[in-house]
Ligand binder design. Sequence first.
Ligand code: ATP
Ligand code: MG
Ligand code: MG
Ligand code: MG
Length: 476
Amino acid sequence: MIRAGRDIRESFLKFFEGKGHTRVSSSSLIPKDDPTLLFTNSGMVQFKNAFLGLEDRGYTRATSCQKSVRAGGKHNDLENVGFTARHHTFFEMLGNFSFGDYFKREAIAWAWEYLTDVMKLPKERLWATVYQDDDEAYRIWHDEMQVPAERIVRLGEKSNFWMMGETGPCGPCSEIIYDQGEGTGCGSPDCHIECGCDRYLEVWNLVFTQFDRDEAGKLTPLPKPNIDTGMGLERLAAVVQGVKSNYDTDLFTPLIAAITQAANKPYGKNEEDDVSIRVIADHSRSVTFLIGDGILPSNEGRGYVLRRILRRAARHGKLLGLNRPFLHEMTEVVIEEMKDAYPDLLDKKSYITKVILNEEQRFMETLDAGLKILQEEVARLKEAGKTVIPGDIVFRLYDTFGFPTDLTADIVRKDGLTLDEEGFQRAMEIQREKARESWKGSGEEAVSALYQRLPGQGVTTLFVGYEGVCEAKSQV
Ligand code: ATP
Ligand code: MG
Ligand code: MG
Ligand code: MG
């Protein structure tokens, strides 16, 4: 029986090779020739032009295991990490693709065959969702796969209709859900398939790209419809291994073990510690892979997202009592687990380790002082019965202590506090104005003085525009 994460990965690719698919390597986390996308966030990204008919790749069926990051842009799971059992910033997406070749029938039949026949998942735990108008998909699930009507759910546009953009190729999708059983997830007796908790776990999404949408929203059938599917390896491993959380699969246990050992704290005994342990386990993978793909911590764009992830992990290390740079030590464990699937990581090991250590050391210089200020502020607000951290404090933490705003939000979340985002933006605007003034006023000296301040401050720019577009705007 196939159980280990690495064997599942291989079995998926083999299965689809057996169905005439070409195995294609994962592309980089930096999307090639696509400035509209922050990171590669699904398997289809490298095939975009093949879907649009702009590129002939010499095959019409492909299968891949794609490195994916969802920590910015349209898909941003950063805030979920640590708190849900199923979301990561970095994960591997298994997929099969048809460029005008096979369509719905095969896509559904093969997904079903793979899950029930190869992975041997119990059929009675599997549900299918279909788009509300997609009678064809409903019929295939019901009549051909013999999924009973009570486990096929018709859902609306939000969850079951996929669009590449406002116009262009789009179509309905069908998700395969694994019911982890009563008492899992939120545990409520009223829990249902759209609850959003981890009980009804979305394992696989099959997208049927069959329309072209024009500006007026009119859908015209494509002459050659496409198939684009994506399944998280970690989620599949969780259900195959019979565990309720991705973090309990063999893909994560060596990481969790290394963290608990370094911090000398157990996993599974205290919820707050567990959140920190999961965050570090997750983030150590994303920072290793992001740096491996050529991103460096910086003040804008992709580099700033990397910096945010890294600093968030560093702060959770501190929560666990790790008062030294430790994240760089995790690279070794990540690479040990991943080297067979991504051998290029081996050559980059010492480089990645150095980059992480450098950033950790840098942040250590300001982390304690920033935390102290924040703790005082939280105490003050609590006493006054207030719940919002003022914008100028958020700005000061950001500007002087290198606290990305989401880090500050993460820190105060357990106290039920939120940030005054508008006040923060105003403080930022004032700083920008000041910087402009000094550009105008005193010429080059001011400019060079400004730039000299940059390295010492850690973060002085803000990445604006997470909506997919990699719009890195300098704020100074
Ligand atoms: P969810 O509703 O659970 O957030 P999704 O609908 O956003 O998932 P898709 O965009 O359909 O996910 O991606 C295809 C598959 O990739 C999902 O069915 C899931 O198995 C996996 N996946 C998506 N996001 C993540 C994540 N952040 N971490 C791990 N796996 C993920
Ligand atoms: Mg999601
Ligand atoms: Mg979903
Ligand atoms: Mg989905």
